[in-house]
Design a protein around this ligand. Sequence first.
Ligand SMILES: Cc1ncc(COP(=O)(O)O)c(C=O)c1O
Length: 438
Amino acid sequence: MSSNLGSGPKLAHQHQLGEHGRERQNIPSRITRRCAKVRPTRHPILVLRMIPFNPHVRDTGTPPIPEAQGWARHYDGSRGPLIDLSQAVPGYPPHPDLLKRLAEAAGTTAAAKYGDIYGDHSLREVLAAELTSLYRGKVEADEIAITSGCNQAFVLVAIALAKAGDNILLPAPWYFNHQMTLNMLGVEPRALPAHATNNFIPDPIEAEGLIDSSTRAIVLVTPNNPTGAIYPPATIAAFAALCRQKNIWLIVDETYRDFLPEGYGQPHALFNEHGWQGNVLSLYSFSKSYCIPGHRVGAIIGGQAILDEIGKVIDCVQICAPRAAQTALTWAIPSLNDWRANNTREITLRAAAFREAIAASPGWTLNSIGAYFAYVTHPFKDTSVFQVAEKLAAERGVLGLPGPWFGPGQEHHLRLAFANVAIDPIRDIPNRLAGFHI
Ligand SMILES: Cc1ncc(COP(=O)(O)O)c(C=O)c1O
């Protein structure tokens, strides 16, 4: 298997700017050009040469969402307010009592101090109790590390598990920050195709063929970003068995687990397996479930041996997660169950409205939908999806993200984060798409 490090699909701006670090080094930066004009000199401090950056970081695309938001700034509002389907943010505010407790906690001296590297014990205890009840398998408080968000949880885990030159399997389409993180660490994000014909559920047998002696882990995101696909517990169990057999880690990002359909039950049975701590890591985010992405809180669930290693990384990267949010969440986890369930019901209604909207839009196809996201194909087969997305944002005020940002083979897809948007604007989507052409 040849490495595809740094040669994966690039973000849109890179198509314009040139893709590789080495090419870019030949382009004088604005700073060096300015220096050259002002005062040419032989003094060694002002030698006009670009000092190299980490090539793995240079070869990683810039964050895509701000770029897409730039397209929407060209929209003149003539068809109504922007329908922003670009980012997975809850389209409703946090619970008022949570905000109150956040404010109270933020005003205390205790919250101003450094806390435990692994998070406040009280928060880990209530989260452990919730996990034990939801998954019907015992999770202990000291099998949890609280992080500054789930993105950071992934960075911490990736550093702890893999070194430069290793590879980690990512089902493609993938969550772009996973790919970016691995790329920056010099770890190959190895694409495991998740086929539309299999509802974007990756196949453990196909995964087995991609594993080699440098593979350290397989990452599953369920419910999935970008497709919304929900991986059945049997598939997750098969991946866990494969990872055990191959002596590699299974990382399951469960950011959207609170948005599973009502009555879905146990998302998987991994925590029921004897010795799960030896090769399973689960990641969680408080951003979506509690509508507090700005407060940056997430979690890693794993065995003590791997958490000992991750603790070293946490100590360097964050020292401790934000304290006031931890205090407020300790109250919120057991107290806001009904509020969370209501939000999930609301998002299920939005999903139903979104299905109807795409069904009423000739030429557009819904390939997959679930939790927060819909994955659709557009009718303009011979046109770049970047062009389609940009024009759709600028002319019709509908902002989605092009599939190639989520990995190879996604050229005809758009990810639309319908959970952001209330039902009425979703119902307006067919009007926005009507008569749209390139
Ligand atoms: C799959 C997945 N993981 C992690 C995150 C980031 O979560 P957090 O805000 O907790 O860093 C997101 C956010 O979009 C996500 O979709």
